[in-house]
Design a protein around this ligand. Structure first.
Ligand SMILES: C[S@@+](CC[C@H](N)C(=O)[O-])C[C@H]1O[C@@H](n2cnc3c(N)ncnc32)[C@H](O)[C@@H]1O
Length: 222
């Protein structure tokens, strides 16, 4: 698989999207996925109030959406993997599972959510997609609503590994990743109107098998 035409040309971009979707369908059909809640979700839960409306953007198999629903939240979960969505619908019908591209999914009506949660997803989007998503998130949050993001960042040892698309975009073993520059993301959130923006980069947030990458966590408020 090669992306030498670059993520910025439409043909290369479309090809990349198709291949990324296939990759995740394969992952969610297999037996290496995990179903227990992430450490990030466990750290976010005490900041939520039972009964809140939560959007999980790029929810995967719903490991965290289901965790939030089990703890009293009304959860809408979006992902474009059909396999992942079938799993959520089968296991936890209380989660409103929407299968589709986050950029076109009909889940961003104004002032709908008390919290928007997104784990290991922003780095799967191009910078242009991220800008669209964050603007929609801001609109869709109620005043005082909370945003929770966990993502790969430029301090990750994988940044620089594989095929280079740009200084921050790399494709390794078929995975497109755009390693987030923390200051750029916080500046973007601030420009949108988010306040009380906190960011932290550290190891120990998302260890998986032999890996313990430096991960970026951001919280912000509308
Ligand atoms: C690394 S997984 C994270 C899943 C989940 N949040 C977790 O922490 O386990 C990234 C997810 O993003 C989804 N995805 C990537 N691009 C997407 C897009 N444009 N719209 C919706 N989902 C997308 C993939 O299908 C995949 O499930």
């Amino acid at each position: 698989m090669s992306y030498t035409v670059g993520a910025s040309s439409q043909g290369g971009y479309d090809q990349m999207q198709l291949e990324q979707t296939a990759l995740w369908e394969n992952f969610y059909s297999g037996d290496t996925q995990v179903f227990y809640p992430s450490k990030f979700a466990e750290s976010v839960l005490p900041q939520l109030t039972a009964g809140w409306d939560i959007l999980d953007a790029g929810c995967g198999n719903g490991r965290d959406s289901i965790f939030f629903a089990n703890n009293g939240m009304n959860v809408t979960a979006v992902d474009r993997s059909r396999e992942a969505m079938i799993h959520i619908k089968t296991c936890e019908p209380r989660v409103h599972a929407v299968c589709g591209d986050i950029l076109t999914a009909p889940v961003f009506a104004a002032e709908t959510y008390d919290g928007i949660y997104s784990r290991f997803f922003i780095h799967a989007l191009t910078a242009e997609q991220e800008a669209v998503l964050l603007e929609r998130c801001y609109t869709a949050m109620r005043k005082g609503g909370r945003l929770f993001i966990e993502t790969r960042c430029t301090e990750d040892a994988l940044c620089g590994e594989g095929e280079r698309l740009s200084d921050t975009e790399w494709v390794l073993d078929g995975h497109y990743r755009r390693f987030i520059v923390p200051e750029q993301l916080t500046a973007r959130l601030s420009a949108l109107g988010f306040v009380h923006i906190h960011s932290i980069c550290a190891k120990g947030f998302a260890p998986f098998q032999e890996d313990d990458p430096v991960i970026l966590r951001i919280t912000a408020e509308k």
